[in-house]
Structures are given as C-alpha cells and as structure tokens.
Design a protein around this ligand. Sequence first.
Ligand code: CUA
Length: 308
Amino acid sequence: MLPFLPQSPQAQSIANLFGTITVVAILILLLVTGLVIFAMIRFRSRGSLEPQSETHDRARLEITWTALPILLLAVVFGLTVSTMQKSDPPAAAGQAPDVIIIAHQWWWEVHYPKAGVVTANEIHMAAGQRYLFKFESADVIHDFWVPQLGRKIDMIPGHPNQMLMQADQVGTYSGTCAEYCGAEHAWMRIRVLVQSPADFNAWLKAQAQVPSPPTTGDAAQGAQLFQQLTCASCHTIAGTPAQANIGPDLTHIASRQTIGAGVLDNNHQNLTAWITNPQAIKPGILMPNLALSSQQVQELVAYLETLK
Ligand code: CUA
C-alpha cells in the first residue's frame, strides 16, 4: 500500500489489511448508497396518498441480510487475526533481546546489550536483519511507534513488552511516542537509521569505544566542568566518573543527528542554546537551567563536540 510506504514485512501486513478493509468499506458504501437512491426513485410518491405496499414475512430476505454482514465480519476478523500474527510474530522461546528501549519523560534510552552499547533517541539497525526489541519504561506509559516499520507497542513501567522488528531498505525512518505521557509528549521523537550491515557494524564498533579525554583548550576545561557541575549526577560518559542514567548517555553525543529527542538538530549553535537553558527549548524536562556563564557553556559544548 503506497500511502504508508511500509518498509518491513510487519508493516506491509498492516498496510495490506488497511487496503483490503478500505476496499470492502467502499463497496458497502456504494451498495447502500445505490440501494437508497434506487428506493427513492422507484418508490417515490406519485400523488396518491395511499400507503405503498409493505413487505412482510420474507424469511429468506431477513436471513440473507443478517447472514451476509455476519459472514463479512467473520472474514474481516480472520484477516485481522492473521495480520496480528504477521505484524507481531512471536520470538523464539528464551531468545535474548538484541535491542532494549527504555522510555523516559521525554526521550528514549537505547541499549545494544550484546555489544555493550548505550545511546539515545536514534536507533540504528542493519537492513534486512531481524531484531528482537524489548520495551520498558522508566516512569509512565509511553508507546513506541515507527509506522513504516510496524505496529505500535506500549511501554509500561514494570511490564516489559517485546517485538520483532526489521527494516528492508537503507534509510531514515521517523517515529514518535504514541501515548500521551506529559508536557513534552510531542517532543519524544524516534529516528531509526537503517544502514547496510557493514555500516551498521562500523557504527556499533565506534559506539563501543571509550572516548579519550581531551587534554587541551576549552574541551579539556569542559571535561573538568562536566564532572564538577551537576552534569555528572545525571549523565554517563564512558571512561569518566560520570555514570548516572537519569538523562541520556552522552558517551558519543557528537555522533547523533539531534538533541532533546528530536527537538533540535545537533550542531554547535543548538547545543549552546540547549546547555544555556534547556527549559526554554523543552519546558518541564528534568534537565534544569544551570545558569552557567557563557564561558562555561562554551567549554562544555567544546567538550561534548569531542564525543564522536
Ligand atoms: Cu512518551 Cu508520549
């Protein structure tokens, strides 16, 4: 189905069901409309006030118009159940998840447990490969939805869900949180970057590396500030004492395309604005306005930009 541009067998099955039901619904609409127009013309008043003859006790007619809708609904039910199986096929028993997504107000924590990689908001996948995703929540109910890749799935605190996901084509696919979860629900965007297997493996390898701390200039000052200020109480940067997970892991922040779960492109100007006052950009988030001097902001940005 073209309007949805499905890019996985799972999303394809949902688009097929939508297409089939749309065609059936249009046929019913045409049939009912046609019958109404026919009856209006055929049985219109011809000036006489005598009531038209009415149809009674036509058992066969009654049975037909009861049975046909039941049959039609049974077919739609069957197609729906079959789509549910195709769009969310069961994983092998005991299979360990390839990717773990933990929803937070209002961003996504992304783990690749087998590679020991942690990132945020941008999910990388190799094209054509099937991944078992596990979905959790750190706070309230969120809902993960990347329409071109498959169904929605709720992320419920204390009740992990899982789903097999794959993407057929290299490309970037957008998604969003699909369950109202508070003030910044609208800025809980998902970006899925589907790469060739070689590019994906190169990315994963780079993400697993521990960045070497900068030794000179603003970046070195920024690295110190990061540990001295409250940054380190909420964020992780591998290879440093900062190991908290209240906010996103920043080990490779400079390799990401956006900041704040899609609210801004990740560039020098936006990173500066974000650290200066994140509350002005995404009001209500946990990261406070730290009231830093512009010198401090500049040093922190210089440091974060080294974390490729
Ligand atoms: Cu998370 Cu809406």
